[in-house]
Design a protein around this ligand. Structure first.
Ligand SMILES: [Zn+2]
Length: 302
């Protein structure tokens, strides 16, 4: 009887072990965590590093990230140098062979995305340049589908037994994203042709999606603090070109864009730079809705 019990218990433990062989997934930002959860469901154990309120390029590297990265099967990031100032150093510190840079466990989600702002010349004098293109793909509604697909393919490759589940989840999620994109396009149609200025060069995909025209940035060059001289020039350009809106995000100081907009008699509006930026934008889809709502409110179109 006892032997039987032992055998049964062992079989059950083994069986459950197989059932719940979770994939350890670490996502750099909440957008990617949200998507990984939608596709991976119960098959993954998820850790998200950034809270979403930070500057994408400057997430504070907490020591608590290291053990999580040490156990990661997959590390999912935007790539294109979006996280270059904080993630590679952490990954190196974590001493996990799967996720050392460029190894098979480090996944970037931009494959398939139509990249913008690819520099013609790379030069130190141009500030923080991104050689492969603008890394802020996560605030472009047009890019969600590709991001989700890249995550799904990475999970399928690492955990082939879960392929049909990942595939079914991807199909369902992609359907939701397609509907969301259609709604955003429709509601945001009034933004087409509007001239805007952003704080940092981070709204290229967002502007492209809604047909807005980015005339300039408050930062003279990416990652370089605004200077009085640059702002004075930009102010003249903005008036000449009839710029209608200044766009900044929750991680940037609000005083400067508000003051700049006020001086030329237009509005400044705050958007979120990633999921989790504000409480009402917890998921990637909610972030896109929130950003559109903010833009429409800024233009008095709502
Ligand atoms: Zn940037």
């Amino acid at each position: 009887m006892n032997t039987m019990k032992v055998i049964l218990t062992s079989a059950l433990v083994l069986w459950c072990g197989i059932c719940f062989a979770e994939v350890n997934v670490v996502a750099s930002i909440p957008d990617l965590g949200d998507m990984a959860k939608r596709i991976g469901g119960d098959r993954i154990k998820l850790t998200v590093l950034a809270s979403g309120r930070e500057d994408l390029h400057g997430v504070p590297a907490r020591p608590s990230f290291i053990p999580k990265l040490h156990k990661a099967d997959l590390l999912i990031s935007l790539g294109l140098d979006a996280e270059h100032s904080w993630l590679p150093a952490l990954a190196a510190e974590a001493r996990n062979n799967r996720i050392m840079e460029y190894r098979e466990g480090w996944i970037e989600v931009h494959e398939g995305v139509q990249l913008l702002d690819i520099p013609e010349v790379i030069s130190r004098s141009e500030g923080e340049q991104h050689a492969e293109g603008n890394p802020h793909i996560n605030i472009g509604p047009q890019n969600g589908r590709f991001m989700a697909e890249n995550i799904a393919y990475a999970l399928m490759e690492f955990d082939p037994e879960g392929s049909s589940e990942y595939d079914a989840n991807l199909t369902e999620y992609s359907g939701e994203l397609d509907s969301l994109v259609a709604v955003l396009k429709d509601k945001g149609a009034a933004l087409a042709g509007i001239k805007v200025i952003s704080y940092h060069a981070d709204i290229s995909y967002l502007a492209t999606f809604y047909g807005m025209d980015v005339v300039g940035t408050l930062e003279p060059k990416p990652g370089i603090e605004p200077t009085a001289r640059h702002l004075a020039q930009l102010s003249k350009t903005a008036q000449k070109q009839k710029v209608q809106l200044v766009i900044y995000n929750q991680a940037q100081p609000s005083k400067l864009p508000e003051k700049f907009a006020d001086r030329i008699g237009i509005s400044a509006v705050q958007i979120g730079n990633m999921a989790g930026a504000v409480s009402e934008a917890g998921t990637w889809g909610q972030l896109q809705q929130y950003n559109l709502q903010q833009l429409l409110e800024g233009m008095d179109l709502k």
